[in-house]
Design a protein around this ligand. Sequence first.
Ligand code: OAD
Length: 245
Amino acid sequence: MDTIKKVAEIIKEKKNVVAFTGAGISVESGIPTFRGAQGLWERYDPDEYAHISSFNRNPEKVWMMLREMAQVIFEAKPSAAHEALSELEKMGYLRAVITQNVDGLHHLAGNKNVIEYHGNHRWLVCPLCRGKTPFTKDVLSIFPYPRCETCQRALKPDVVFFGENIPIEAMIRANEEAKNCNVMFIIGTSGVVYPAAEIPYISKSHGAIIVEFNVERTPFTNSITDYFFAGSASSFLPEIVKMLR
Ligand code: OAD
């Protein structure tokens, strides 16, 4: 409890917080993580299902996983941790959220400045003409997969597959926010996927205080984290908001 008070005081004094989030913040929204016993990558080998070359080779197979993922995302509601970040933005403490998540839940919670580093699963994009359309529920009943009306190519969710580049605008904005924050929250990420995992190191090297929330320790914990909260993000973040009110 003392540590939470201390962190709330730091936020009050320094303001200018940026949150870097991963799948752990959406667990209580009903979306499983990628890694670990219940993780998506336990059931679907990412080499077979999440690499762009697999999609190009066999979109029908990859769409079986994408359909399942979309169903879970459509059902999900923001967690108490998402809501807390939205509150912190409204209160003027949080400047930006940089998320690796593709579920769109930070937007749904009401955050305005959200950088979606790995894209957004609620949109579809044509790999050829780059035209975008909303990924609505009715797409789930299109078999074997939805096609671009112009090019007839298999559409893919507007997310970054392994083997694809990070959207350049997201990368530039994320690096800028990381350099300029006073406090960085690292929330619910294993910190093993690059270049995303570089972001907290950028903040640290520019002098930010690093506050991490995770149910387990990560590569950040022993290297750059100043304050570590072991447990669910939803149990700590609303407490911090309360203390700042
Ligand atoms: P991971 O599945 O790798 O890690 C999820 C993290 O959340 C783990 O460190 C868990 O301990 C933690 N966690 C679980 N429940 C939590 C809770 N209630 N509160 C706080 N933390 C909790 O997910 P990411 O790190 O987001 O990329 O994965 C990074 C990228 O790998 C994803 O964006 C995705 C994936 O492959 C692409 O698809 C390109």
